[in-house]
Design a protein around this ligand. Structure first.
Ligand code: DGJ
Length: 743
């Protein structure tokens, strides 16, 4: 049993292998949070909360004479407004009489086998016997709003999932103004906030800062989880680093507007509130209706950030990503976007496929521009029929020729968007999100379809299911290239316009649910102008996501490094592109570009016709090498050996087999230096007592010879504790990849 209820103490204890989570029902019926951290014996920790009367912190009515426990001071499990807790609330509600707030008290609980479900939204799933569920129901006596707090305990995985279900059990209509997924109160400790910010072409930059009194917010109001703030944060003890110390991860399984507030209060207690963003949000809950919040994946590590990342990597692979392709070997692909942009013909695409097939590439992906009047990015979105000027005879003749080369065929789509200059918009202007009587803001000169409107979803389902049914398409890149403004649904009444952002995402999820279930063998790759919707919600449908539109290997290292804190390598869409790079103009060796793309799904996105014979030979070898290392890269443990934001000379990362039998070191010199020290690193994840030899060594732009390196046997403990040193590497961006093999 991983969920225990101690009736005498009225305490709930949730144990996972290495963590404990504890709550208690107070005498007043308030649900208090007692603890989340390293696993304890399970005794009730209420002794930690010393009764006290603090000025200006109110008491519940029944405690007005004792004044020993204030809702404003006690750690709460799901906080509410207007009832004496002046810290951040999870819930903001207006009742039928206009009153704000709810006074939530314990009503009942249930402990159930298996994992609860979240209606209409992605959420973790559990194997047989893998999870248990705790449901604690709180109720507001005035309105009969019931809040069911849902806990999924994956004891073997060190993950606790949380979500809330809000049920109007009363007779009057209730309006939700805010409905967060969870609250976590941490009354003790000094925490840093580590979050992942960015912009287009610069996603998921880690930023770590000590918390200060007041409120710090990480959020998106863009209609997508966004390039700008990933819905994933880590609270780290000040002393926590990659290898040591306490840290707590909170990852929202959601792809729309989100908000995480971290408040440090008058007593230095820290409160985290995470969920759907409450701005431009309200939800009308009629009697009997239920609102589900998205889910949060919680984990705690006392062994630093690497262990926390490994927990998430494993969990997302095993309990979030459902695609059959999660465990299948993904094809090495060539994408024509940076090779041709919109300027292609069937012949050009076929030529690219032929060149690629000769090098060992396994799939061609036809990117933007194959449909409607899509000759640039000003027109055509919404018109999902083939442009026969570019592709005479349609898709099939091209697909057949590509298949005849032994390659799969994949295609790009952007279903959620519409161009003003399109047949679809001309027929259905009301299907675009636009505010009546106002000219909409344009972004990439396109509009966003109203995914909150079931008619739009039905139309898109018909279009895209037909596309997949009628053609031999084995891969889909599902793109989404603008954020939302003018958010107004012509399908909803005035009082429900605050529901559009969330209904949009529910519409996307519903459509993806249908398409991915109907076409389970199609490999779907998510994309939103690169990594603008790189979140666990999308991973439920897409086993991989295009990580960034920045394909510059040197910048990509930082983007992929930040991404790795929460998300597995097997989800990272990464390609080798041209040099000089199209985004930065930087020149990098082909080997370095391949090394960086190998820390992902691996593919190519450049005009192969412009390569020399020598470069083509290099590509052949890279693909064979990626195949040899596939299992280690995709299923191995990923280690960040350096921090690209701190390390100014080189970056290094490693994949280690979980049994310590092999480890793949990857290193790129990022800054040429005169007379530097050798390049020194320490490996991780090895078998301490075993001996290792360098089994393979590949370098580009450096002069490290394998012969000198391969013979010597070195112990795992030496490689991990003392490290390894490579000689000086000169020039721009040389790289080394070394396979250490246990003897
Ligand atoms: C943005 C994507 O991230 C690119 O890879 C490419 O597919 C373009 N859209 C096409 O418009």
């Amino acid at each position: 049993m991983s969920i225990l209820y101690d009736a005498q103490a009225a305490a709930f204890t949730l144990h996972t292998q290495n963590t404990t989570y504890q709550m208690q029902v107070a005498r007043t019926g308030h649900l208090l949070h007692l603890y989340y951290g390293r696993r304890t014996g399970g005794d009730c920790l209420d002794y930690q909360y010393v009764p006290m009367d603090a000025g200006f912190s109110p008491n519940a009515y029944e405690l007005r004479y004792q004044r020993t426990a204030s809702v404003d001071l006690q750690p709460q499990e799901y906080s509410s407004e207007n009832t004496g807790d002046f810290r951040l609330s999870a819930l903001e509600v207006t009742l039928g009489n206009g009153a704000f707030g709810t006074d939530l008290r314990y009503k009942s609980h249930a402990i159930l086998p298996g994992k609860y479900r979240v209606e209409g939204m992605p959420a973790a799933f559990a194997g047989d016997g893998e999870a248990e569920t705790l449901i604690i129901t709180l109720e507001d006596a005035a309105s009969h709003l019931q809040v069911e707090l849902l806990y999924g305990v994956f004891s073997g995985k060190d993950i606790i999932t949380r979500a809330a279900r809000l049920r109007n059990a009363g007779t009057g209509t209730i309006t939700l103004q805010k409905a967060a997924s969870m609250v976590l109160d941490l009354p003790f400790g000094h925490w840093d906030l580590l979050h992942f910010h960015g912009r287009h072409c610069m996603e998921r930059m880690p930023q770590r800062m000590p918390l200060i009194r007041g409120i710090q917010t990480v959020a998106s109001r863009r209609g997508a989880s966004s390039h700008h703030h990933n819905p994933f944060v880590i609270l780290c003890d000040h002393r926590c680093d990659e290898n040591h110390g306490d840290c707590i991860g909170l990852m929202l399984v959601y792809s729309g507007n989100h908000r995480t507030d971290v408040e440090v209060d008058q007593m230095s207690s820290t409160r985290v509130v995470m969920g759907i963003h409450d701005e431009q949000f309200n939800w009308t809950l009629a009697p009997g209706e239920v609102f589900h919040t998205p889910e949060v994946l919680l984990t705690f590590s006392h062994r630093g950030l690497t262990a926390l990342s490994h927990t998430y990597h494993r969990f997302l692979r095993q309990n979030i990503i459902r695609s059959r392709w999660n465990t299948r070997q993904r094809p090495v692909l060539i994408n024509n976007w940076e090779a041709t942009y919109f300027n292609f013909t069937a012949e050009k695409i076929l030529q690219l496929a032929e060149q690629a097939a000769a090098l060992g590439v396994e799939m061609l992906v036809l990117d933007d521009g194959w449909f409607g009047q899509r000759n640039d990015d000003n027109a055509g979105l919404g018109d999902w029929y083939v442009n026969t000027k570019k592709l005479p005879g349609g898709l099939d003749p091209l697909i057949e020729k590509i298949n005849a080369l032994g390659m799969k065929f994949g295609i790009w789509v952007e279903p959620e968007m519409v161009s003003e200059d399109s047949d679809l918009y001309r027929a259905h202007p009301e299907w675009a999100l636009t505010v009546p009587d106002r000219k909409p803001v344009m972004s990439r000169n396109q509009l966003v379809l109203d995914m909150a409107d079931p008619a739009v979803i039905e139309y898109l389902y018909t279009q895209f299911s037909a596309l997949l049914r009628e053609h031999h398409i084995e891969y889909v890149k599902w793109d989404m290239n603008r954020n939302m403004a003018d958010v107004y649904s012509h399908s909803l009444p005035a009082a429900r316009q605050g529901e559009v952002f969330h209904r949009y995402i529910l519409g996307v999820y519903g459509l993806l649910e249908r398409l991915t279930s109907e076409f389970p063998d199609v490999l779907f790759e998510g994309c939103a102008g690169g990594g603008g919707r790189y979140d666990a919600g999308m991973m439920y449908y897409f086993p991989q996501i295009w990580c960034s539109d920045d394909t510059d290997a040197i910048e990509r290292m930082t983007i992929q490094h930040g991404t790795s804190f929460g998300y597995p390598i097997s989800t990272v869409g990464a390609h080798v592109s041209a040099s000089p790079n199209h985004q930065t103009g930087r020149t990098t060796p082909l080997g370095t570009r391949a090394l960086v793309a190998m820390a992902g799904t691996f593919g190519y996105e450049l005009d192969l016709g412009k390569l020399t014979d020598g470069e083509k030979e290099q590509i052949k070898e890279q693909i064979q090498r990626f195949h040899r290392y596939y299992d280690l890269i995709q299923n191995g443990d990923y280690y960040r050996l350096t921090d690209p934001q701190e390390q100014s000379y080189f970056n290094a990362w490693e994949f280690a087999a979980p049994d310590g039998s092999r480890a793949l070191l990857n290193l790129v010199v990022t800054h040429a230096r005169a007379n530097p020290n050798g390049v020194h690193f320490r490996l991780k994840g090895l078998d301490l007592d075993a001996l290792y030899a360098v089994g393979e060594l590949h370098c580009d732009g450096c002069e490290v010879a394998l012969e000198e390196r391969s013979e010597r046997l070195i112990s795992g403990s030496s490689l991990m504790y003392a490290g390894y040193t490579l000689p000086l590497m000169r020039g721009d961006y040389p790289c080394v990849q070394m396979l250490f093999v246990r003897r």
